[in-house]
Write a protein that binds this ligand. Sequence first.
Ligand SMILES: [Zn+2]
Length: 238
Amino acid sequence: MTSDATSAAPSKPEALAEELVYDRIVDALIDKRLRPGERLNEAKLASAFKTPRSRVRRALNRLTAERLVRFEMHRGAFVSLPSVKEAYDIFETRLHIEGAVARIACERIDAEGIATLRRHLALEHQVFEEHQPSVNRISGDFHLMLAELTGNDELIAIVRPIIRRFCIIQSLYERSTGVLCLTHEHQTLVDLIEKRDAEGAAASMMEHCRHIFYSLDLSERRRAEANIYDIDIDDPLG
Ligand SMILES: [Zn+2]
């Protein structure tokens, strides 16, 4: 098949560069270097990435489609600022989807997958003990890794944006900077998956999701307090 010279689709290097911009912004959201409600200045992001603004715009469009970012007319792009209702809706969805992930994992994950999860648990433990700033991202990665190890691409495509939106909810409504994903609960879950206890694993996963969600301060007051970022910042990704 010959390439279509009139196609608007980006070339492979273009697409890879756009992917890099997209991934860096997602990492900054998860690591809380970008906060809920914060303005995403297209020109400054382009300068920070040393990349054309058109590429940044395409990455921001993708993030908008996934509802991690919102556009406001004449004002530009902002990190989303989920309402309390959105937070409950996303939690309820995550709760049941992750329960299904745990069940499917019991059927699909092989010994190598279990070993991968155990290596990740060791890493979680290490970054927690060392108080590393990446601790939230590493513990959140556990959930995406579990979905990926099911090998079910449809499930992964559903789980990924829900987990990322949930990270923004945690960032917005958390009571302190404490770790909300408890490593010992991940450990219990992996033990149940290894035993192929599908119902036990699903219940354990759902209980874990409830612990995370109900540790948050889910109030409009908290949302209003957190919304102090309607300003430009100099180096959001530094
Ligand atoms: Zn967790």
